[in-house]
Design a protein around this ligand. Structure first.
Ligand code: URA
Length: 426
């Protein structure tokens, strides 16, 4: 591979020149090998925040990140493989009921998931609230569980796009996360390296999402769908609202409990709506003519959930951890809950201990926020509106402050806000 002067490449991008394919290959490989310094890559990332990457640069950047690690393959499986990724939000536990529903319909769903950082939760943190459950699955067990059960939710191995692992940690501390090409290449490098032939993306927009503005979310969705298409992965994106939190719970154990409610045929209507919409997209891409609502109603999805949890050492019947302390916030008057801000709820849950500020921090399994009314629903003066949960009660005041101004009770229910905003297909 040719060698380049990294300062020349930084200057080039800073001044708006496109990077050539060999330059990109060299830069990513040299950075991963430790030959390009962190501060140089930070400068490059900032140049990309301002100048962007065009479609050809982005495709090469993504391929170069994949080439720093291994490519997995699910070619030998007896089921069609399909995966889902969400850009993350508050109360977004959709993967938990979705994977077993889609598996119960005949697909294999390998969910390589992450941990939470900041106010959005991580799927692995949530599942670790289940006694015995482990996110670590050996490659041989992954294939066996996908064949037998159909769904695995686990941590990616260190060999999957190691360039992204390093670059994402750097972006996190240098104000360079918010760049559409950097987010798109980060997410898609891991998904393409994972070897899934089909992928459904849930791109969130609103106060609780990375992409606050709908236009940005649509652009991110289009960018990722384009990357998927050019890499041979059939990709569809739904752009969905994260102006309000999903469901009725934000935290770890409380979101697992809510997922089990959904699988038992109860569960909040917004969670059920989004889960089934994503399931339908996944089944269509997998070429399966099955009805996910039937898999849910018949209890087959619940059986698959139980097998999935057991397959990873967990006890689906074990009691979930309960918080040692709780504080209730009551409705101040009769009326309707007219607004509930996703970011305010997410920050409150985080401050109660459900999330982490640094990636080494532990999380509290039982911490979180429950809200007892959805937007548009009637509330009565004195009725519990929120329950704050934590093992460390000194956190209550800061969490309650985060919620202040994040909700309102008014005289009219207001117009219902749509959850599914746009569908983007390749
Ligand atoms: N999630 C990722 O994996 N990467 C990003 O850049 C942002 C969200």
């Amino acid at each position: 591979m040719s060698s380049y002067d990294v300062v020349d490449l930084i200057r080039a991008k800073r001044d708006g020149r496109r990077l050539g394919p060999d330059e990109i290959d060299w830069l990513i490989a040299a950075y991963t090998a430790g030959e390009v310094a962190e501060e140089q890559m930070a400068a490059m990332a900032m140049a990309i925040v301002f100048r962007g990457l065009d479609a050809a640069e982005l495709t090469r950047w993504t391929e170069a990140m994949i080439d720093t690690g291994e490519r997995m393959s699910f070619a030998g499986l007896n089921r069609p493989v399909v995966d889902k990724h969400s850009t993350g939000g508050v109360g977004d536990m959709i993967t938990l009921p979705l994977a077993p529903i889609v598996a119960a319909c005949g697909a294999a769903v390998p969910q390589l998931s992450g941990r939470g950082l900041g106010h959005t939760g991580g799927t692995l943190d949530k599942l670790e609230a289940i006694p015995g459950w482990s996110p670590d699955v050996e490659p041989g067990d992954l294939i066996r569980l996908l064949d037998e059960v159909g769904a695995v939710i686990c941590a990616p191995g260190p060999g999957l796009a190691p360039a992204d692992r390093k670059l994402y940690a750097l972006r996190d501390v240098t104000g360079t996360v918010e760049s559409i090409p950097l987010i798109a290449s980060s997410i898609m490098s891991k998904k393409i390296a994972e070897g899934t032939p089909a992928l459904v993306l849930d791109v969130k927009t609103g106060s609780g999402a990375f992409m606050r503005q709908r236009e940005q979310a649509v652009e991110l969705a289009r960018t990722m769908v384009g990357l998927g298409r050019r890499s041979g992965v059939a990709t569809v994106a739904l752009v969905t609202s994260m102006a309000m939190p999903l469901g009725r719970a934000a935290g770890n154990a409380v979101e697992v409990a809510q997922a089990v409610e959904v699988l038992n045929g109860r569960g909040p209507s917004d969670v059920v709506e989004l889960t089934l919409a994503l399931a339908r997209e996944m089944l269509t891409l997998a070429g399966l003519d099955a009805d996910p609502a039937e898999a849910l109603a018949s209890g087959r999805a619940l059986q698959t959930w139980r097998a999935m949890i057991r397959g990873q050492g967990g006890d689906p019947d074990a009691a979930l951890p309960r918080a040692r302390h709780q504080r209730v916030i009551e409705a101040p008057r009769d009326g309707f809950l007219t607004r509930l801000d996703a970011l305010a709820v997410g920050v409150a849950a985080w401050r109660l201990g459900a999330g982490r500020a640094r990636k080494e921090d532990p999380v509290q399994a039982a911490a979180g926020v429950l809200w007892h009314a959805g937007v548009g629903e009637r509330v009565r003066a004195g009725q519990p509106l929120f329950t704050l949960l934590t093992d460390t009660p000194e956190r209550f005041d800061r969490a309650a402050q985060a919620l202040e101004g994040g909700w309102s009770v008014g005289d009219e229910p207001g117009e219902p806000q749509p959850l599914l905003l746009e569908r983007i297909a390749g």
